[in-house]
Design a protein around this ligand. Structure first.
Ligand code: PMP
Length: 403
C-alpha cells in the first residue's frame, strides 16, 4: 500500500490541531473521506440532482441509474446474491431498528427469545429492549472471557425452543474482538434460528462475504467505511425479507394506495419509504470502489500490522491496562493507564493533536462486565501509520508523567 498516495486523497489528514499535525485515531466512530467520495457527491449535486424512481425526465432517470448502480456496488462488495437483498437505510442503527421492528412484528411473540452478546453496541441492545417492553420477548446474553472472547459453549446453552433470532456484532467496537460469526451462524442454523450480524466495525476492515458467512442479515454504516454520513445498509436474505412487513409507510414503498386497501412494492423498495439519500448512496458506492481498488485483504493486513505494533508499544508503558486481547482482534485498542481518568487522558492527548475517543463507547453493559466506567480508545484506519502510533505512545507517556 502506498500510504503517502492514500493519505494525499484525504485532505483532512494534513491539517493541524492546536498547531500539531493531526493524528486521527477515532476511526471506530467515523472515518475520514477521500476526495473521490466528496467529489462524487458534489458532482452529482451540480450536474445530476433530481428525485429518483418517479421521474420520466432525463435527470431523474440518470439519478435513478446512479442510485441503482450503487445498490449493485454494495451487492458486489458484500457478495450478496441479489440487489433485492440490499436495503438502503440511514446507517447501522436504523438498519437494526428496521429489522427488530419488522422481524419482531412478524416472527416474535411474548416469551420468545433473542440472543445478544455482552459486547453489543447500544444500537443492538436498546431496539430489542423496546420490543421486549411492547411484546414481552426475553433477551439472553452470551458471556465472554477476560480476553474479550465470546464463550461459545455458553452460547450454545442459551438456545431454547423459544429462540427466534441471534443478533451479534461481527467486531466489537470496544475490544476489537472479531467474533467467530461463521461458526455461530452454523450452530444457530442447526437450531433453525436465523442470525443478524452487526457489521459496523467489520465492513471497513476486512473482506465480507455474506453468502460465505451464511448470514441471514448483515448491517453496516457508510460513514465508517470512508463513505458519507446518513446512509447505510440492511442486507437480508430474500426469503426472509419477503416475509417481513414494511417498517415505515410512505412514497416509494407502495404499489397501489387507496383509502380502502394498499399494496406494497416489491423488494428492496418495500423497506425504503420516502426519498432515499440517493446522493449518499453514490458517495457510499464511491467509497466502496475506493477501498476495493486498494483491496480489502491489503487493508486488513496493513491494519493488522498497525495493531500488532501498537499493542507491543503500548504494553511498554508503565501502568498500561488493555481491554480486549482476543486471538482474533481488529484495529481497535481500548486502554487505561494507572488511575488516570479516560477523559483526562483523551483531553490531554487532544492537545497534542491526537484524536482518540473516551467514555463507554455506547457499550455500557460491556463496561459493567469489565468493572470500569470507560476507556480511552484508539482505532485505526487504512491511512494510519506506525509513525502516528509512535506519536500516540509518546503522548501517553507525556500525559502519564504529568500525573
Ligand atoms: N454497532 C457497532 C458495533 C458500532 O460500532 C456502531 C457505531 N459506533 C453502531 C452499531 C452504530 O452505528 P451508527 O451510529 O452509524 O448507526
Amino acid at each position: 500500500m502506498d500510504l503517502q498516495k492514500i493519505r494525499a486523497d484525504f485532505p483532512i489528514l494534513s491539517r493541524e490541531v492546536y498547531g500539531k499535525p493531526l493524528v486521527y485515531f477515532d476511526n471506530g466512530a467515523t472515518t475520514q473521506k477521500p476526495r473521490q467520495v466528496v467529489d462524487a457527491i458534489t458532482d452529482e449535486y451540480y450536474s445530476v440532482n433530481a428525485n429518483v424512481h418517479r421521474g420520466v425526465h432525463f435527470l431523474s432517470q440518470q439519478a435513478t441509474e446512479l442510485h441503482e448502480a450503487s445498490r449493485e456496488t454494495v451487492r458486489k462488495f458484500i457478495h450478496a446474491g441479489s440487489t433485492n437483498e440490499i436495503i438502503f437505510t440511514r446507517g447501522t442503527t436504523e438498519s437494526i431498528n428496521l429489522f427488530v421492528s419488522s422481524f419482531g412484528e412478524e416472527f416474535m411473540q411474548e416469551g420468545d427469545e433473542v440472543i445478544l452478546s455482552v459486547m453489543e453496541h447500544h444500537s443492538n441492545i436498546v431496539p430489542w429492549q423496546l420490543l421486549a417492553a411492547k411484546r414481552g420477548i426475553a433477551i439472553k446474553v452470551i458471556p465472554m472471557n477476560d480476553r474479550g472472547e465470546l464463550l461459545l459453549d455458553e452460547y450454545k446453552q442459551l438456545f431454547s425452543e423459544r429462540t427466534k433470532i441471534v443478533s451479534v456484532a461481527h467486531v466489537s467496537n470496544v475490544l476489537g474482538t472479531v467474533n467467530p460469526v461463521k461458526e455461530m451462524i452454523r450452530y444457530a442454523h442447526g437450531q433453525g434460528v436465523p442470525v443478524l450480524v452487526d457489521g459496523a466495525q467489520s465492513i471497513p476492515h476486512m473482506p465480507v462475504d455474506v453468502q460465505d458467512l451464511d448470514a441471514d442479515f448483515y448491517v453496516f454504516s457508510g460513514h465508517k467505511v470512508y463513505g458519507p454520513t446518513g446512509v447505510g445498509v440492511l442486507y437480508g436474505k430474500e426469503e426472509w425479507l419477503d416475509k417481513m412487513p414494511p417498517y415505515q409507510g410512505g412514497g416509494e414503498m407502495i404499489q397501489h394506495v387507496s383509502f380502502e386497501r394498499t399494496t406494497f412494492n416489491e423488494l428492496p423498495f418495500k423497506f425504503e419509504a420516502g426519498t432515499p439519500d440517493y446522493i449518499g448512496t453514490t458517495g457510499l458506492a464511491k467509497a466502496l470502489d475506493y477501498v476495493s481498488a486498494i483491496g480489502m485483504e491489503k487493508i486488513a493486513a496493513h491494519e493488522h500490522e498497525l495493531t500488532t505494533y501498537a499493542m507491543t508499544r503500548l504494553k511498554e508503558i508503565p501502568g498500561m491496562r488493555i481491554f480486549g486481547e482476543a486471538e482474533e482482534k481488529g484495529s481497535v485498542i481500548s486502554f487505561l493507564v494507572g488511575d488516570i481518568h479516560h477523559f483526562d487522558m483523551g483531553t490531554l492527548l487532544d492537545r497534542l493533536g491526537i484524536a482518540v475517543r473516551t467514555g463507554h463507547h455506547c457499550a455500557q453493559p460491556l463496561m459493567q462486565r469489565l468493572g470500569i466506567e470507560g476507556t480511552v480508545r484508539a482505532s485505526f484506519g487504512l491511512y494510519n501509520t506506525k509513525e502516528e502510533i509512535d506519536v500516540l505512545v509518546a503522548g501517553i507517556e507525556r500525559v502519564s508523567r504529568m500525573f
